[in-house]
Design a protein around this ligand. Structure first.
Ligand code: GP9
Ligand code: MN
Length: 625
């Protein structure tokens, strides 16, 4: 009783009412934002409670200030949270994405967008500010009369901090539930609007803030300095001494990253139907790297793009596309731009997904054609159907300034492979009908047909023989849940041993040179990180800061994975598990001492991480001059 009395004395009821007003105004703005993202997206009571709790917690913070600054503090909170909502709205209109603190470093891109910011504003945005003069007036009335600066009141501060902590409990519970249903989603932030739909838009920002603020505690500094990284690259032989260097110099480069494409589908039939007739033909008549592994980590599609385009490893924590879009990069596009190429990326999803709209300029793409530019006339799953995507990409490439580098990312064969199946042709699947594997085969068959039509279109337009065409899969689509079905389909007794499963997850990597020049099967172990150097060599450029190798000149495969495991043509080493697998027999044995390759694998990862964390590419480039 005594305590409550003493607390009562410490809080002015008018100030509390003002705090409530501010919290309500802030809540309404973020509720409105959530409704712009998706109507009814706050139906979940915990999400709504978390949004209101956080609003009230933020609105209470000015009460910690000396009396006479409290009104100004409230205006400060209101102002910046309103700016935040407005920035989100503009960002949604421009990028279909939300603001993130991580993109604050993208100054150069901001200046490009600055002109259009005003154009993005709408008269109704003024509604966001109507509470501001009201709050200003009331705050002046309530706190303007205070003159003195009382000594710090610990009881009051303690009560307020306790209240804030309690108000943030729903946020914590909501995050916990989200992490259960979508593990790793907060660290990867693959789709910020989706996170905001789950957590509530205000709490998305809180999660973003916490993630940025705690980053330096989570990221271990690689302790590698510029000289060490530069020394590593300087010690390598230059590309010009390599075979086939520049064999396709001056030609266009068209790279297709195919969603969830695994290698086992190639040259395989179901019910007498070839699953991927078009990829099979391309593989037969071109360069086919049959032992290619995906090296993606948390960033799935985005990591695949990153590995291929930069020759760097995915980020050790989080996702390079969302965390390091402000860095400078050497990339296939930057190397080809230096030779006078125009560069373009095309994808049928929202531009903000995986932060692509911010990342592509950093990867030196001149233009990004997304679902905002395509006519979205048919949708499968996450976005524009592959059929429409390729149909509309063809005239864009035809009109593109030559020579060009075009990077196309497909979408329709996305997990869980059952979205809009009615729009995808049937396959005689037999007992696989209706299973995830069966649906996967249908999606891949569909994607293959669209690639086939695109290749024919390129031929018709006279582009095919003027271009190098490269196709690869971004990451596996099937999961361990499909293992038994897959084993039956492949006619093998079991896929539960790690080597068999690892091999079942291989991805295709196929290259067609103009007029089908160069063909052959290559069975050295390869990774996505090798794709850039291999294509770079054919195009007559050098990706000077790539960690992969040109597969046409390598005599040994060496593939390092983000988790520190690595493989060559004989063995797969898992240092964390203290195991080596023989890739031919599948037999394992414990590691005895440091295996060959361990130091090299670690070194590559450490140096790549140092480049990302230190934004070292500009300095490295200077060291090459
Ligand atoms: C989204 C698409 C899918 O645009 O690239 O990404 P994923 O979920 O495979 O990382
Ligand atoms: Mn993908």
């Amino acid at each position: 009783m005594v305590r409550i009395e003493s607390l009562k004395q410490r809080f002015d009821s008018k100030e509390l009412a003002l705090t409530g007003f501010l919290a309500l105004a802030v809540s309404l703005k973020f509720v409105g934002l959530n409704n712009v993202l998706m109507r009814g997206s706050l139906e979940d009571p915990l999400t709504l409670l978390a949004l209101m709790g956080t609003s009230l917690a933020l609105a209470s913070l000015p009460l910690l200030l000396p009396r006479r600054f409290r009104g100004a503090g409230m205006l400060f909170v209101d102002f910046w949270l309103t700016v935040l909502v407005w920035t989100d709205l503009l960002s949604l209109r421009y990028y279909s994405d939300l603001f993130t603190l991580r993109n604050l470093g993208l100054g150069t891109q901001l200046s490009a967008v600055a002109d259009s910011v005003v154009a993005l504003m709408e008269p109704k945005d003024a509604l966001l500010w109507i509470d501001f003069p009201v709050l200003g007036y009331l705050a002046f009335r309530v706190t303007g009369r205070y003159r003195s600066l009382p000594a710090l009141d610990w009881g009051r501060a303690g009560a307020l901090l306790l209240l804030t902590a309690i108000l943030l409990v729903p946020f914590g519970l909501r995050v916990q539930r989200f992490e259960k249903t979508c593990p790793g989603a907060l660290a990867s932030m693959w789709d910020r609007p989706a996170v905001a739909l789950s957590l509530g838009s205000l709490n998305y920002h809180l999660a973003d803030l916490l993630s940025v603020a705690t980053e330096r505690f989570r990221v271990r500094k690689p302790g590698t300095d510029l000289e060490e990284v530069a020394g590593w690259f300087h010690g390598r032989p230059g590309a010009e001494v390599q075979r086939y260097h520049g064999i396709a110099s001056g030609k266009n480069l068209i790279v297709i990253q195919v969603e969830a494409l695994q290698a086992f589908v190639l040259n395989r039939s179901v019910g007498g139907f070839e699953i991927t007739p078009n990829l099979n033909r391309l593989a037969r008549r071109g360069l086919n790297f049959t032992e290619t592994y995906h090296q993606t980590a948390m960033g799935n599609s985005a990591d695949a793009e990153f590995l291929v385009n930069t020759g760097l490893f995915p980020a050790p924590i989080g996702v390079a596309y969302t965390r390091y879009a402000g860095n400078e990069f050497n990339s296939i596009a930057s190397a080809l731009k230096a030779k006078g190429y125009s560069t373009i990326a095309l994808h049928g999803d929202r531009p903000g997904f995986w932060n692509r709209a911010r990342m592509y300029p950093s990867l030196s793409f001149d233009r990004f054609v997304s679902n905002r530019d395509f006519q979205v006339d048919s949708i499968i799953g996450l976005g524009l159907s592959d059929e429409s995507f390729f149909r509309q990409s063809l005239p864009i490439l035809k009109a593109q300034k030559k020579p060009f580098y075009a990077f196309l990312i497909t979408l329709s064969s996305h997990y869980p492979f059952n979205m809009d199946l009615d729009k995808i042709p049937e396959l005689p699947l037999g007992e696989l009908a209706g299973t995830q594997l069966g649906n996967y085969l249908r999606c891949i068959h569909y994607a293959d047909a669209q690639i086939g039509a695109f290749v024919e279109g390129l031929r018709r337009e006279g582009l095919l023989d003027e271009s190098v065409l490269a196709i690869y899969g971004d990451h596996p689509g099937l999961t361990v849940a499909d293992r038994q079905d897959l084993a039956r389909f492949l006619g093998v007794p079991d896929l539960s041993d790690p080597v068999a499963w690892k091999k079942a997850q291989k991805i295709p990597f196929i290259v067609r040179l103009p007029r089908g020049r160069l063909r052959g099967q290559f069975s050295l172990a390869a990774g996505q990180i090798d794709i850039g150097p291999t294509l770079g060599n054919l195009m007559g450029t050098d990706l000077v800061t790539a960690f992969g190798q040109d597969l046409l000149n390598a005599d040994r495969g060496f593939v390092v994975f983000r988790n520190g495991s690595f493989l060559d043509d004989q063995a797969w080493v898992l240092p964390e598990q203290d195991l080596v697998y023989d890739l031919r027999t599948g037999q394992s044995r414990p590691l005895s001492g440091a295996p060959e390759g361990l130091a090299r694998a670690r070194e590559k990862l450490t140096l790549s991480d140092a480049i990302l964390q230190g934004n070292l590419i500009p300095k490295l480039n200077a060291s090459f001059q």
